[in-house]
Ligand binder design. Structure first.
Ligand code: CNA
Length: 241
């Protein structure tokens, strides 16, 4: 790892009063959850249908059993634990230096790390509800059943995850925009910035320092300071002082 990258990032964090973190699937690969677009990501593997379809509203409605087979096999990661990136952000928030974590991830690992101000643009596998009566279920209820999970009323349980073809939650988007617009530093990490409208929210940043930590290909942000390293390994070396 280039020492000067870490030193420069450390200087930025030292002078930041309010950092916003905008993350994607690459933030959780070091916790063992595959992303979509890396070479080992889900998009490089073969399925019955393309992953965009397997995770779509149409698939959930029309081929619910196929949806849940893919979802259980590839998306749910019961054993995953927060890595150094998640833990760093939780510490930064405790120190009063974080305006929020805006994430496209649905794995709930920022919660596990202890972060409170988390804007989950695409929802969370931890929240599930009955499509018939609206009853709420945690992840354990999904884990406890095989195939399509059902509510005690007989309705099908749906994850509170934004599937392809569904809209984002207005309140979550508003909170994310406020966190981005009020920060003096933004760290964009582990995302290809190709999934809209989520990726478009970074345009609300008005602060001074824009840092990108990403291993592979992504839509470039002009003028940003790039660190082409793993996000957990990188943030794990930054001190909060
Ligand atoms: P993506 O398109 O798969 O991009 C991931 C990016 O992260 C790529 O540019 C990788 O090169 C990069 N990357 C991978 N590992 C690391 C690492 N350790 N350090 C730094 N960079 C790394 O994923 P996006 O988040 O951009 O796409 C948005 C989708 C992916 C959202 O809808 C998510 O819900 C969805 N997703 C989420 C999860 C999860 O919750 N953990 C897992 C897989 C996909």
């Amino acid at each position: 790892m280039d020492k000067s990258d870490i030193e420069k990032l450390q200087e930025i964090i030292d002078r930041s009063k309010s950092v916003v973190f905008f993350g994607g699937a690459g933030v959780s690969t070091e916790s063992g959850i595959p992303d979509f677009r890396s070479k080992d990501g889900l998009y490089s593997q073969k399925y019955k249908y393309p992953p965009e379809y397997m995770l779509s509203h149409d698939c959930f409605m029309d081929k619910t059993a196929d949806f849940y087979e893919f979802y259980r096999d590839k998306i749910l990661a019961y054993e995953a634990k927060p890595n150094a990136a998640h833990l760093f952000l939780a510490e930064l928030e405790k120190a009063g230096r974080l305006s929020g974590v805006v994430t496209q991830n649905i794995d709930g690992l920022h919660d596990d790390a202890g972060s409170k101000r988390v804007y989950e643009l695409h929802g969370s596998v931890r929240r599930n509800y009955c499509t018939r009566c609206g009853a709420f279920y945690g992840l354990e209820a999904i884990k406890a059943q095989k195939g399509i999970p059902h509510c005690s009323c007989g309705g099908v349980i749906k994850p509170d995850v934004v599937l392809y073809g569904e809209g984002l939650d207005d309140d979550v988007v508003s909170g994310a925009v406020r966190a981005i617009a009020s920060a003096d530093t933004m760290i964009v990490a582990g995302t290809s910035l190709t999934v809209y409208p989520a990726a478009g929210l970074i345009r609300y940043f008005r602060g001074r320092d824009l840092v990108v930590i990403n291993l592979g290909e992504m839509n470039e942000i002009p003028g940003a300071f790039y660190i082409h390293q793993k996000v957990g390994e990188t943030l794990g070396q930054i001190k909060i002082r």
